[in-house]
Design a protein around this ligand. Structure first.
Ligand SMILES: Nc1ncnc2c1ncn2[C@@H]1O[C@H](COP(=O)(O)OP(=O)(O)O)[C@@H](O)[C@H]1O
Ligand SMILES: [Mg+2]
Length: 163
């Protein structure tokens, strides 16, 4: 049984995240999209709202027989991976700027849990500049983000901002 976690903030889910899910699904039997409950950030969506959005969007995503679930967690990603019985942590790399941070996290996680490998997947070119933060900034200023985030997420952002 090859089980992976795909951890992140997902505030909110973007098509870049979905691209990584689609690419990594064929590599695993089970994947847990793991939404980090990070108390010191100022999120647009609560952890529950983020999990619910992902749960609503996922059934329409082609995951090649990989069974998907969504869970929230707090604390160390390595601990959550271990608790979940995962053998891999999936992360996406968009640009060289992601690499340094991701390398440090992967090495630390490997030290904490030597049996769990971090697997990096390259972002699709069309989403390589997409981040949750950029999507929120552009949307809040009235810019167009369709095609870069799921429609449901756009609707929820509109509701959230009362637009
Ligand atoms: N556009 C994208 N293309 C590919 N991977 C992405 C994209 N946006 C985010 N990711 C990846 O998804 C994972 C979760 O990202 P994010 O929600 O920003 O959480 P974190 O707070 O852990 O960075 C990270 O591995 C990140 O590199
Ligand atoms: Mg990020």
């Amino acid at each position: 049984m090859r089980r992976a976690i795909f951890p992140g903030s997902f505030d909110p889910l973007t098509n870049g995240h979905l691209d990584i899910i689609k690419r990594s699904a064929p590599l695993f039997d089970e994947m847990i999209v793991a939404v980090l409950n990070n108390a010191d950030k100022h999120p647009m969506f609560t952890v529950n709202e983020r999990c619910e959005m992902i749960r609503e969007v996922l059934p329409a995503v082609e995951t090649d027989g990989c069974s998907m679930r969504v869970e929230s967690f707090s604390g160390l990603t390595a601990d959550f991976a271990k608790r979940s019985g995962a053998n891999a942590i999936v992360r996406g790399i968009r640009a060289v700027s992601d690499y340094e941070y991701e390398l440090r996290m992967a090495l630390m996680n490997r030290r904490l849990e030597p049996g769990i490998e971090t697997v990096f997947l390259m972002a699709g070119e069309e989403y390589s500049y997409v981040s949750s933060t950029l999507m929120k900034q552009v949307f809040e200023l009235g810019g167009r983000v369709e095609g870069l985030i799921p429609e449901l997420v756009e609707t929820r952002m509109r509701q959230k901002l009362g637009k």
